[in-house]
Design a protein around this ligand. Structure first.
Ligand code: BGC
Length: 783
């Protein structure tokens, strides 16, 4: 479990501010200040391109879905092990911009830097750096650099440089660089991966510079994907007043601007950067695509793009913001907004890409998508921006073919098995006990889809894609287990790994069996609905999938007979069949410095033989389907798992906090919440350099909305059970539900629900049915 720490940055409501340039903390800060729009991701590196080594920094520029593959070497490969890796590829850097005052190069490592502030405005989605610099030779300049990754133009990063000579007139040179000699840093971010990618993986196809524009095109060696990128500039006073030249080599190039700077007169350079891949345009027309995009951005200008960015971000915050009042609320407020900001900016929005566990903020986990998206991130989008949720589901739907192929590899004649880790839809996990064995990914995707359908009522999505996803995922469950005689004919699923990665290849993982059963139930309901309401749609699916109604009969039998491990003595659901037989964990045997990194310090068998848990597992299932359990049952199980869970995954504490709310352990819930709210902002896990923990970030939202406010969606109905943490005066949030926008405000003695948009809405507050029948209408309950 991460250790709670002091605030790293000043506590501010809407901003994260770095107050000094510091080499030691640079690597982490690059993640803090990373920007993305779900398509491009760029780390918060400095334009001067300081020569950081593998331990102090990583220039990182990524395009969602753009990866390179390497042949994976196995000491002993088993049938079905993925043969090719997928790593989000670090792409050419175009942010690099060097400034020379006469012969002196601007560098914060030389001369004197004053009035320094690098500010991430979470409200606006803009990163700004301001400083006053005195060169070793005594020239003083004010520099302000603004940067955004545009939501309005998804291929564009826009930057603006303002350089104000304070005490001199003379030559100012600005060099805008394209650096394509780049490589991934896998060695540092994932030392156990031995296949890389190491070294430069892009083969240059084209690099040219012309006037104020520079362009590069390259192709990956193994995945054979083409990337094109370029930049274009606007200088004021205008380019004609400056000498402009350029150079272009195989792997790098630059545009040079030479201006006669005047004391007190600002020089402004606007720089627009574009990335596009052969998924955006045919390889042969990528140069025109990039050029057109750059010209459009240039014509609009930096200011206009920034205005649009603000509009876009403000619209997001309008629904997604959570406000807290109370003790320490500013710190939590900042943490929550930081989390929501990163979650929002990292999600793929084009239906062809998902969202990495690290977003697009670093190379951690090779940029892979996991279940983190469906179980942690999607609920946030479903209730705040359902369109983004739909696009993320589209990504999974779009990879059904790969999932079908994977199911065949695993011996299932029907259905689809989604990969545990992936970018292109194929399994990329090299260690199946912690990878492919996490079959629960199928049920997680089905769960998120069902939640989306319930909360939006999007029937056409259900018919076009949803029903097919539910059927294909369910089919694998019907083939993965058996009605075991030794368990009284109950349906058992063996040799799977649940969410908990310290108990692997287990039989009857409680979470998996529960989620599989509900996946099957959703599939049965889907088929029954179509049979009644749209037989033609069902018929088409029967044809397309070779599906017959007999299968639904089998699913019903499994649903009725699903087996769950149960410990009579404690009256709890153990994690799996063998959990209670494992040796109790004795932390005193483990030196403190080895506790958080068990797999790096102990053989997997040592870990697996102990009765302890890395992260929320059974407890997560109980939260997701809490209506199926009594409060007493939840309490007994929570108490048990509280004892045995180490929270070695960042995905754990937020879930425990939610369940703690449900059973009235408010103080404990608050502690868990506080553990997750600033986990990344204050780097509790000491690995923020490798990228954000998107799941926990989204989990903080869930901890408030599903935890403190107790929101559940059951049979398409919303239920609230709000509580107020003792240190708070109030909290407010909004959710979208079936086209309506509901504002919820929880105070000590008062709950207020306002229908901000929509004609009417119905929901339950502590089991009492409430209906607000007109826009602007309010329901108030005294408590
Ligand atoms: C967790 C997984 C998670 C992955 C990516 C692992 O440490 O155990 O549940 O999917 O990290 O965040």
């Amino acid at each position: 479990m991460g250790v709670r720490k002091e605030a790293i940055y000043p506590v501010q409501e809407w901003e994260i501010t770095e107050t000094e340039f510091c080499r030691e903390t640079n690597y982490r800060n690059e993640t803090t200040f990373s920007l993305s729009n779900g398509y491009i991701g760029t780390r918060g590196t400095y334009e001067e391109a300081y020569p950081f080594d593998v331990d102090t920094g990583l220039e990182g520029n990524f395009v969602n879905g753009f990866y390179e593959s390497e042949k994976i070497r196995y000491g002993e490969a088993n049938f079905g092990s993925p043969l090719l890796s997928q790593s989000l590829l670090n792409l050419p850097n175009l942010k690099e911009t060097r400034i020379y005052l006469g012969e002196e190069e601007f560098s914060m490592e030389a001369g004197r830097t004053e009035e320094y502030a690098r500010v991430l405005s979470m409200k606006d989605g803009v990163l700004t750096r301001r400083l006053l610099w005195t060169s070793p030779g005594g020239r003083k300049v004010r520099i302000e650099i603004r940067r955004l990754v545009s939501f309005d133009m998804k291929h564009i990063i826009a930057m603006q440089y303002e350089i104000l000579p304070v005490n001199f007139s003379g030559t100012v040179r600005i060099v805008s660089v394209l650096q394509a000699d780049v490589e991934n840093h896998t060695r540092k971010t994932n030392p156990i991966v031995d296949y890389g990618p190491f070294g430069r993986k892009l083969k240059p196809l084209e690099l040219w510079a012309d006037n104020t524009e520079i362009f590069y095109k390259g192709i990956t060696q193994t995945s054979r994907l083409t990337i094109a990128c370029g930049s274009i500039h606007t200088l004021s006073p205008s380019e004609s007043a400056a000498a402009v030249s350029h150079e272009a080599h195989a792997c790098d190039g630059a545009i040079y601007f030479e201006v006669q700077g005047k004391e007190g007169e600002k020089i402004t350079l606007e720089k627009f950067i574009c990335y596009a891949s052969d998924r955006d345009a045919a390889e042969g027309s990528l140069d025109t695509f990039v050029s057109d995009m750059l010209r459009k951005a240039k014509a609009r200008g930096y200011r206009q793009l920034e205005e649009k960015q603000k509009e876009y971000m403000h619209q997001f915050w309008e629904t997604a913001d959570i406000e807290i009042e109370g003790e320490n609320s500013m710190e939590l407020q900042q943490g929550i907004r930081f989390n929501l900001f990163h979650v929002f900016q990292s999600a793929g929005r084009d239906g062809r890409t998902g969202m990495g566990a690290k977003g697009l903020s670093g190379e951690g986990y090779e940029g892979h998508y996991f279940w983190d998206t469906e179980m942690y991130v999607l609920p946030v989008f479903i209730y705040t921006d359902p369109e983004v949720a739909r696009r993320l589901l589209d990504y999974r739907y779009g990879t059904l073919e790969q999932a079908r192929a994977r199911a065949r590899v695993l011996g299932h004649e029907k259905g689809a098995l989604f990969p545990w880790r992936t970018i292109n839809g194929e399994e990329a996990s090299t260690y199946y006990p912690l990878g492919t064995a996490q079959y629960h990914i199928n049920a997680d995707i089905a769960y998120a889809l069902a939640l989306y359908l319930q909360a939006t009522g999007d029937l056409s999505y259900f018919k076009e894609k949803g029903a097919e996803l539910l059927i294909e995922t369910a089919r694998v469950w019907a083939d993965a287990g058996s009605f075991a005689e030794c368990r009284g004919g109950k349906y058992c699923i063996c040799s799977v790994t649940g969410p908990d990665e310290y108990n692997v290849l287990v039989d009857n993982n409680f979470y998996t069996n529960l989620m599989a059963r509900e996946n099957l139930r959703d599939a049965v309901n889907a088929v029954a609905y179509l049979r009644e309401q749209d037989p033609a749609c069902l018929e088409a699916l029967e044809k397309k999938l070779g599906f017959s109604m007999d299968e639904a009969g089998l699913w019903e039998r499994i649903i009725e007979n699903m087996y769950f491990p149960y410990d009579e003595a404690r009256q709890i659901y153990p994690l799996d069949d063998g959990f209670m037989m494992r040796r109790p964990w004795d932390e005193s045997r483990i030196p403190p410095e080895k506790r958080a990194w068990l797999y790096e310090n102990y053989h997997p068998l040592f870990i697996m033989r102990h009765r302890m848990s890395k992260q929320a597992d059974a407890i997560l299932g109980m939260y997701l389907h809490s209506s199926l359990f009594t409060e007493e049952e939840l309490r007994r199980n929570y108490d048990f798992y509280q004892e045995v869970t180490l929270h070695h995954s960042s995905l754990s504490t937020c879930i425990f906090g939610i369940v703690a709310c449900e059973i009235g352990y408010v103080e404990e819930a608050y502690r868990y919440f506080a553990d997750s709210a600033r986990m990344d902002l204050d780097d509790y896990h000491n690995n923020f350099y490798a990228g954000i923990h998107a799941a926990n970030m989204a989990g903080t939202w869930q901890a408030i909305v599903n935890g403190f406010a107790g929101l559940r969606c059951c049979n398409s109905e919303l239920h609230f059970k709000p509580i107020l943490p003792p240190l708070w005066k109030k909290y407010t949030f909004k959710i979208k539900y079936r086209g309506s926008l509901l504002r919820v405000c929880v105070e000590k003695d008062r709950l207020e629900f306002t229908l901000e948009k929509g004609e009417s809405i119905q929901f339950y507050v502590h089991s009492k049915k409430v209906r607000i029948s007109e826009e602007g209408g309010t329901y108030i309950e005294k408590v």
